[in-house]
Design a protein around this ligand. Sequence first.
Ligand code: G3P
Length: 216
Amino acid sequence: MHIFLDTANIEQIRQAARLGIVSGVTTNPSLVSNEGMADYEAVVKEICSIIPGPVSAEVLGTKAQAMIEQAHQITRWAPNVAIKIPATADGLEATSALSKDGIKVNFTLCFSLNQALLAALAGATYVSPFVGRLDDIGHDGMALVTDIVDVYKRYGLPTQVIAASIRHPQHCVAAAKAGAHIATVPYAVLMQMIRHPLTEIGITRFLADWKRVSPA
Ligand code: G3P
């Protein structure tokens, strides 16, 4: 399972990039506005220059034609940009048109297997089931990831599943077990993935033991 970073925070992206394990970034209008950055184009261009893998930027139009036009504009910002299109009928139309033009679409705000199936039929490169938001309303978000992965496998559909709206490290474990191709994680969750108290205790103990035998 690949790891994408789910943030528009440039400093976090730089720090995570140094770890050498981040292969893409996902943003959305909320994440960009959380950072207080109004210049969406500048933000996306900067992220694309830091991370060579796919960087998802979301369209803001709601009608298919507006989404298609905006997507074409955004793809001119950087060669590694992918376009986030919401899971609506207009979004589906836009996804079909953009995929035919060879543009990578991340079909986002996906909350059902039907939406994911249609995304794949429309040629989306990625589909993003929002796990945490389903959990929030008492559903089982990861069960949706499992279902999408199974159905895509059964029919040989090449769309990659991005487990999104990840809230904690256990979501990453479950996404990996479910066979998600990618988990897109907030920076804080990425840090929680690497941390383990026994590792920290182990290092402290090793250093203390070494000090006892090494010459002062
Ligand atoms: O990747 C989707 C993500 O940005 C949404 O996360 O926590 O707002 O549901 P959240």
